[in-house]
Design a protein around this ligand. Structure first.
Ligand code: SF4
Ligand code: SF4
Length: 121
């Protein structure tokens, strides 16, 4: 299926989701990437989630979405650990369309501003 979104033109809205769940394999990959142990990686890069045993990615403050994944580069809006990103990030949005990107392009066209950023707050 053809892709109808371009992440390079998006401020990474999906990376601002509060609950980005990471599994044991993801933590291992992050640990390898940073050359540290899995326990340390879990502590540094994740926090406790809603469900028992769940770990979610830590956030940093963000000018557009209040907070966003700590691995986003705030200037380029790109993922700084792209090769080592968790499985859930590789799979998203998983179809031919991204709802946020559809909304963003609609608003950018309407406002005749190709750089306009839709925020959540
Ligand atoms: S919100 Fe959609 S277009 Fe933006 S970075 Fe995420 S998947 Fe890409
Ligand atoms: S790991 Fe990368 S792709 Fe995944 S949420 Fe964080 S910045 Fe986005």
């Amino acid at each position: 299926m053809a892709r109808h979104y371009d992440c390079d033109k998006c401020p990474a809205y999906c990376c601002s989701y509060a609950r980005i769940i990471v599994e044991a394999d993801d933590i291992e990959r992050l640990a390898d990437h940073f050359g540290i142990g899995a326990k340390e990686a879990s502590k540094q890069f994740t926090v406790k989630g809603e469900e028992k045993g769940e770990r979610i990615l830590r956030h940093q403050e963000d000018e557009h979405f209040t907070t966003i994944c700590q691995f986003i580069d705030p200037k380029t809006r790109g993922c700084t650990i792209y090769e080592a990103r968790p499985a859930i990030c590789r799979e998203f949005p998983g179809k031919g369309r991204c709802g946020y990107y559809d909304f963003l392009t609609f608003e950018r066209d309407a406002q005749e501003d190709p750089d306009w950023v839709a925020t959540t707050g």
